[in-house]
Design a protein around this ligand. Structure first.
Ligand SMILES: Cc1ncc(COP(=O)(O)O)c(C=O)c1O
Length: 423
């Protein structure tokens, strides 16, 4: 599938007059259309709720768009809880799916009335001691171990993942939690990441539905929801076919009717905690070519670097690149597109065939809306970029300014660098 930018060259030329590159740009129209499709796909399930995985993109302006469509927040840390609370998202609207959780995070989640999703059996005692009691509504994260396989091969390796409880622990956890006063139970699992197939959710759902039936029968726990978590992927490369959320929703419905309904569990709510699928394609990193270097390879140096988008450096992940205004030119130049970090893996692309790039060209790096800005860091003293929303009417809104040196040095107040500088 051809990968197109959601912004035109003319629009971008105007935007860069106002906001210097690099920046992440988000597509309000795309976000809205997608969240509507997600709701529609699961409308057969009365209790369906998407808890947006805030870690994928913790920008309140973007999360607020999803909130308009009834989405909650999936939080994993204290500061994500703060962000949710500040957006007026509390109580059942928060799923707290954390791991290796500090006590203060549980205290905060408890105070907000969030649904706590326990990552480990030992956290039952820890939570009880921390909160003074087990909440009435509670969820447990499941990890069956082994490899997660589907018709088209191995998808991921849960046996190697630090998350979740074993099957035996799930049964024991439900028994113990019930004894300790829990009344409403949920099951959560995240078994494969970035799955670009319509089969992942249905296959996962079937496994969780079967487990839920057994858990309810054997422990007497009242299972209210099953959380399919994240993992629904997006086509980063042009040869991939995008998931169809309607087909995914219909696939989950089919197994729901096969497994849960006959077991008298036709009132169980389906939850999701998608991050990538909700935001990934609706963000891009806009950067400018500022240098070219001809040595053992041909390099284009851009003004963004891995602090703005870590996935290529961290995972060797592919992100498609469009050289704006040269979409129809032949891709007859082989480049490494590099940032300025003193790290050789700071490359947005390696040996990528692209049209000839000149200094000053704008490059759009696709699919940065999830796990993009959010993963950034400050290595080499690099400052994080701004975030801009391209609104439905074509106007733009700055939804996060770029970092300044002052932000970078803010935690060094014990040194007060500015009093020592001649500026
Ligand atoms: C607990 C949990 N839920 C949801 C997500 C979102 O995953 P994705 O962005 O793949 O949908 C993640 C991602 O790391 C996660 O750890």
């Amino acid at each position: 599938m051809e990968k197109k930018t959601f912004v035109t060259k003319e629009q971008l030329d105007e935007i860069v007059k106002k906001y210097p590159t690099p920046f992440h740009l988000y597509d309000e129209k795309g976000i809205r259309e997608n969240v509507k499709a997600v709701k529609e796909a699961f409308s057969w399930n009365e209790g369906f709720k998407e808890y947006f995985a805030v870690k994928a993109n913790p920008n309140p302006f973007l999360v607020d768009i999803l909130r308009e469509y009834g989405c909650g927040c999936d939080c994993s840390s204290y500061t994500e809880l703060m962000l949710s609370e500040a957006m007026g998202c509390t109580g059942d609207d928060i799923m707290f799916s954390s791991n290796d959780t500090p006590a203060e995070d549980y205290v905060y989640a408890g105070r907000l009335g969030a649904t706590i999703n326990l990552d480990d059996f030992t956290h039952i005692d820890f939570l009880e001691k921390t909160l003074g009691a087990i909440p009435k509504r509670i969820s447990c994260r499941y990890n069956p171990g082994g490899v997660f396989e589907m018709g088209n091969g191995i998808m991921d390796n849960p046996g190697d993942a630090k998350y979740g409880m074993t099957t035996e622990q799930m049964f024991e956890a439900f028994r113990v939690l019930k004894e300790k006063g829990a009344e409403e139970f949920g099951i959560h699992a995240f078994l494969a990441s970035n799955t670009v197939t319509n089969e992942y959710y249905p296959v996962l759902a079937k496994e969780l539905f079967q487990l839920a039936v057994k858990l309810e029968q054997e422990t007497g726990a009242d299972i209210k929801f099953i959380n399919l978590s994240g993992g629904v992927g997006i086509p980063y490369t042009p040869d991939m076919e995008a998931n169809d959320i309607r087909v995914i929703g219909a696939g989950v419905k089919k197994v729901y009717e096969e497994v849960l309904v006959p077991a008298g569990m036709g009132d169980v709510a389906i939850y999701s905690e998608m991050g990538r699928f909700m935001m990934g394609p609706y963000g891009c990193l806009v950067t400018k070519a500022i240098h070219e270097k001809h040595t053992h390879k041909e390099y284009i140096g851009v003004d963004a670097c891995a602090v703005d988008l870590m996935r290529p450096a961290m995972y060797g992940a592919y992100h498609h690149i469009t050289v704006m205004g040269k979409e129809d030119k032949p891709c007859d130049h082989k480049y490494d597109i590099a940032g300025s970090l003193c790290e050789n893996n700071d490359k947005f692309a390696v040996d990528r065939m692209l049209p000839e790039i000149e200094k000053g060209d704008l490059l759009v790096i696709h699919d940065t809306g999830a796990h993009g800005y959010a993963m950034g860091y400050n290595y080499n003293g690099k400052l994080k970029s701004a975030e801009i929303l391209l609104k439905e009417d074509g106007s733009t809104q700055l939804i996060r300014r770029a970092e300044t040196p002052k932000d970078y040095f803010a935690t060094l107040d014990c040194f007060d660098i500015y009093s020592k500088l001649d500026q």
